[in-house]
Design a protein around this ligand. Structure first.
Ligand code: SF4
Length: 379
């Protein structure tokens, strides 16, 4: 699904964040008007900016425009976008989706072997924070869930807490799920600051790939990461924070998966949820595929034992990003449709499958790497 497009900018002096409409007679001047094949006509009203597929190169225009955009079909009424000075248009919030997230930085202090969004060493924090400060008040109050992702969000420093405060205030009903490697919370003062915020709709999704520090540090490619994450988890628990442990299922994590489950039960029983997650063939993964790939059917014994153990101890366990035909029926109840709608696909075989509506399907990146054992379920 397209989340970014580009056209030729006219009179765009700074990034503009607003909701889009195709209603040229809308009374709200805080909107961005889309003029594409669905609307071609004279615009009487004022808009923050007009974006169009038409070529206006020869026109004399003194209001903000982006023209000659290849397609705007991906935008729906009420979506929120940012129009940048260079004519790049990014979708920030999709009105019809339950999988909205805000990317707060591409910087990270880890460099995981299977990172789907490899870190970039660029100073994007201030720019993105300015954009998100405009975005958050525009998000409908009915938004059920909002993700925060990176990079590593805590690298925002003070702005991380300002962002959370803003979301807490502007979106009083929204569940917030923040992906973080948890290492920053090894500093007690940072975890304490989250405690002071008292934001009980916030869940922190923190990866833990092994019970053995060297394996975890190798997977995240960062020395001392295991110790920092564990210390961070304890500091967060001391501040009553809600925590989800995320374990990516891949060649390096499978041999100690059951030991990791026992470690979590013994040492981290305060976590609210444990998610075992199938691998996404994106970002670094294709480059490290020989170190990472293992066919899911070949790790079902370990996964089954880990899941059943944690569940037997009354811990809340899920399996994400996985396909029902590759797992024993005993595990189906733990499987969730977790892949974001904009990158969730099914293959030809799935069209013949009786459980396609319950199955999580695949990441779009599975086009190039997936199990050879895919079989439609027929009763
Ligand atoms: S055939 Fe497709 S829809 Fe059916 S269980 Fe397998 S992956 Fe899921």
């Amino acid at each position: 699904m397209l989340l970014k497009t580009k056209g030729k900018p006219l009179n765009i002096l700074k990034p503009i964040v607003a909701k889009v409409t195709r209603n040229a007679f809308a009374l709200d001047s805080n909107l961005i008007l889309i003029i594409d094949d669905q609307y071609i006509g004279f615009v009487e009203r004022e808009f923050k900016v007009i974006i169009t597929t038409h070529n206006l190169s020869s026109d004399r225009i003194d209001t903000p425009y982006v023209h000659s955009i290849t397609s705007l079909e991906h935008l729906r009424e009420g979506d929120i976008i940012v129009v940048n000075t260079d004519g790049v248009i990014n979708t920030l919030y999709r009105a019809e989706s339950n999988h909205n997230f805000i990317l707060v930085t591409e910087r990270c202090n880890s460099n995981c072997l299977m990172c789907s969004q490899p870190p970039k060493d660029k100073n994007d924090i201030d720019y993105l924070f300015e954009i998100h400060k405009q975005l958050i008040p525009l998000i409908p109050k009915s938004c059920f869930e909002l993700g925060i992702t990176g990079g590593e969000p805590t690298l925002m420093g003070n702005s991380f807490f300002e962002l959370l405060e803003l979301i807490k205030y502007e979106l009083p009903e929204t569940e917030v799920h923040c992906l973080t490697n948890g290492r920053s919370f090894a500093w007690r003062s940072i975890a304490d600051r989250l405690g002071v915020l008292d934001f009980n709709r916030l869940m922190l999704g923190i990866p833990l790939y092994s019970d053995y520090y060297l394996t975890h540090d190798y997977i995240v490619q960062a020395k001392d990461a295991f110790n920092q994450t564990i210390q961070g988890l304890y500091n967060l628990a001391a501040n009553n924070q809600r925590i989800e442990i995320r374990v990516v299922l891949q060649q390096q994590s499978i041999p100690r998966l059951v030991k990791l489950a026992k470690f979590i039960y013994k040492n981290l029983p305060f976590v609210e949820h444990i998610a075992f997650m199938g691998l996404e063939n994106q970002g670094y993964t294709p480059h490290n595929i020989d170190k990472l790939w293992i066919d899911p059917v070949d790790y079902m014994n370990e996964l089954g034992e880990a899941v059943e153990f944690l569940s037997s101890k009354d811990l809340n366990v899920s399996i994400y990003n996985s396909q029902l035909c590759l797992m024993p029926k005993d595990l189906w109840d733990y499987s969730r449709r977790s892949i974001s709608d904009w990158k969730n696909i099914y293959f030809e075989e799935c069209t013949k499958c009786a459980v396609v509506n319950e199955c999580g399907g695949f990441f779009a990146s599975a086009e190039t790497m997936r199990s050879k054992n895919l079989r439609a379920i027929t009763y």
